[in-house]
Ligand binder design. Structure first.
Ligand code: KG4
Ligand code: ZN
Length: 356
């Protein structure tokens, strides 16, 4: 089976072709056209500018994905496009491209939840095809911070989530406070890597709160942590441009965020006794999070499987949307599959689409 994935929910125009054969998945092409430079000057993603770029790039990106995979449209078995959540002007471009191609090529079409795509990005690595349920997945992106329990494929229960900012959003806002640029996650994590306690011993002591660490639920809050960073920078205006100070703040902020994420996921592990723990979403590219999470899990229970997406698939991409489409299509009855040929008429985008 050959699947074309399309993703335009935020600031990446992405198309990918994956092949499924005897249950094994192979990524034949994975094209991502990033708009980071365009949005960096505004300090964040501007929805209408994103849509304009998607419109310009969507056909070339899809064409490229077919060319790299060496696939003709006639060979495609399924089109899988993100239909939410995300920025509506941006989502519409990819979803409408999927609808148009589904109509023109007479191919089945599925709308995919962006977070479902992130979760299934873990299964793009061949060694992870056989996952053991239940799974607990920590989803960390620019728009989401959730702990999701999966008793089976495509079965989701959100058991914890942020009450305010998403953790990726907090990384981005902290980078803005420190005047480091956009997007903040990669810059902060790079800075934090340079931190050594000796280098920074001459700087004031900075400690940030671990929000909701003690709360008896599995929810998160990151807006207070971001405000604490703001206060720290205001307290030492003379250090505002000092790179060592920025490095220390970046390190301490990242450590506070990681500690809460790990602590809550381990608490969820006690409650739900999963066999597998997964990580998903753009923040899963964070090396320290990947390392510390892995260590904490193996200390807790060495029988727990720990799965993380390959770095290539941790940010927004369309291979993850294609694989999620494959799992959905595979579970459908013959008549449901037939219905998907009409989805070019029916598919709706939804900025707040719920994961079901
Ligand atoms: O999943 P994603 O690419 O887009 C959304 O669905 O939101 O996630 C983007 C988020 C941004 O907030 C970005 O700063 C963050 O992921 N991010 C990181 C890292 N790389 C990307 N955060 C921390 N460390 C990183 N290395
Ligand atoms: Zn994403």
């Amino acid at each position: 089976m050959l699947i074309l994935g399309i993703e335009t929910s935020c600031d990446e125009t992405a198309a990918a072709i994956i092949e499924e054969k005897d249950g094994k998945i192979k990524v034949l092409s994975n094209i991502v056209s990033s708009q980071i430079e365009l949005h960096a000057q505004w300090g964040g993603v501007v929805p209408n500018l994103a849509a304009r770029e998607h419109l310009k790039n969507i056909i070339p990106v899809i064409t490229e994905s077919l060319k790299i995979a060496d696939i003709e449209p006639a060979q495609i078995d399924l089109i899988s496009a993100t239909n939410g959540p995300g920025l509506i002007p941006a989502l519409l471009i990819g979803a409408n491209a999927g609808k148009t191609l589904s109509y023109a090529w007479k191919k089945p079409l599925l709308g995919i939840h962006h977070i479902e795509g992130h979760i299934y990005s873990n299964l793009l690595s061949p060694e992870n095809t056989e996952v053991k349920f239940p799974i607990l997945c920590l989803v960390v992106s620019g728009g989401h911070t959730q702990i999701i329990l999966m008793q089976d494929h495509l079965n989701y229960k959100i058991v914890g989530q942020t009450l305010d900012d998403a953790v990726g959003e907090a990384f981005d806002k902290v980078a803005r406070i420190l005047e480091l640029g956009y997007p903040g996650g990669p810059i902060i994590s790079q800075l934090a890597e340079n931190y050594t306690a000796e280098n920074n011993s001459a700087l004031p002591d900075i400690k940030f709160p671990r929000p909701m660490l003690k709360a008896k639920n599995l929810n998160f809050s990151f807006s207070g942590l971001k405000t604490a960073v703001l206060y720290a920078t205001k307290k030492y205006p003379e250090l505002k441009t000092d790179i060592n100070f920025k490095t220390k703040v970046a390190y301490e902020f990242q450590q506070a965020a990681i500690e809460v994420l790990i602590h809550k996921t381990l608490a969820a592990t006690e409650k739900y006794q999963p066999q597998t723990i997964m990580l998903a979403g753009g923040v899963s590219a964070n090396k320290e999070l990947r390392r510390q999470f892995g260590e904490a899990i193996s200390e807790k229970n060495s029988n727990l499987a720990y799965i993380i997406p390959a770095i290539t698939y941790s940010g927004d991409n369309a291979a993850m949307i294609a694989i999620a489409g494959h799992y959905r299509y595979q579970k459908m009855s013959a008549s449901e599959k037939k219905q998907t040929l009409n989805n070019w008429k029916n598919l709706k985008t939804d900025a707040n689409l719920k994961l079901k």
